[in-house]
Design a protein around this ligand. Structure first.
Ligand SMILES: *Cc1c(COP(=O)(O)O)cnc(C)c1O
Length: 210
């Protein structure tokens, strides 16, 4: 794991940060990465993340990012346990996150998930829909909308992925957003090349799951 972390650090541009996606990984692996200086971790299931966070309370607080599909009834606990959410994928969800953040006195950092290409298997804003909703989303209280998140559909080649990430990057620039959450184990080089500021890497860091 140390070697994979070193290799990733060596290859990532200075402006691209590494989110270690620790879903499905034991806390011992998280501890090992923390010992190597990694502080930002991504989890996609609330229950699993809560258990790990409890087992890691002896450490300096870590930077937890929620990257999974966010169910309406999980918004409150997710806001309490994660400072950053990558998967706000609809107007209704953004409004709910805003309302509950106000109640909780929190200012969550959010990525809006965008579907650059139509993909029936994934949630996310259609780009044109997002442009139209943007003035409304900007006015929602308590939210820090910091960037866009996208995932490339399976089956694209590297050139197509680069193009898709570049389109997402252009949309973020158009909206005045600085952060981009793009790229996973299989496609982070193209995402980084397109200006991603956060790559979400699981298996290429922790190794294949046993
Ligand atoms: C699991 C997951 C990742 C990491 O996937 P790897 O292919 O293991 O790097 C990244 N982003 C999201 C949203 C995920 O669910």
């Amino acid at each position: 794991m140390a070697a994979r972390l070193e290799a990733l650090r060596a290859q990532l541009p200075e402006t691209t940060r590494l989110l270690a996606v620790s879903k499905g990984q034991p806390v011992s692996s998280i501890r090992a990465l923390v010992a190597l200086g990694q502080r930002s971790f991504g989890e996609s299931r609330l229950q699993e993340a809560s258990e790990k966070q409890q087992q890691l309370v002896d450490l300096e607080p870590l930077d937890w990012h929620f990257i999974g599909r966010l169910q309406a009834n999980k918004v409150r606990p997710v806001l309490r346990q994660f400072a950053t959410i990558h998967s706000v994928d609809s107007r209704a969800l953004a409004e709910r996150v805003s309302r509950i953040a106000v109640e909780e006195g929190l200012r969550p950092r959010l990525f809006l998930q965008v579907k650059v290409r139509p993909d029936p298997n994934k949630g996310g804003f259609d780009p044109q829909e997002l442009r139209e909703l943007w003035p409304l989303l900007l006015q929602l209280p308590a939210l820090q909308i910091i960037g866009l998140m996208t995932m490339a559909p399976l089956g694209l080649d590297a050139a197509e992925r680069t193009q898709l990430f570049a389109a997402c990057s252009a949309l973020a620039a158009e909206l005045g957003l600085k952060e981009l959450s793009m790229g996973m184990s299989g496609d982070w080089p193209e995402a980084a090349q397109a200006g991603s500021t956060w790559v979400r890497v699981g298996s290429a860091l922790f190794g294949p799951k046993s």
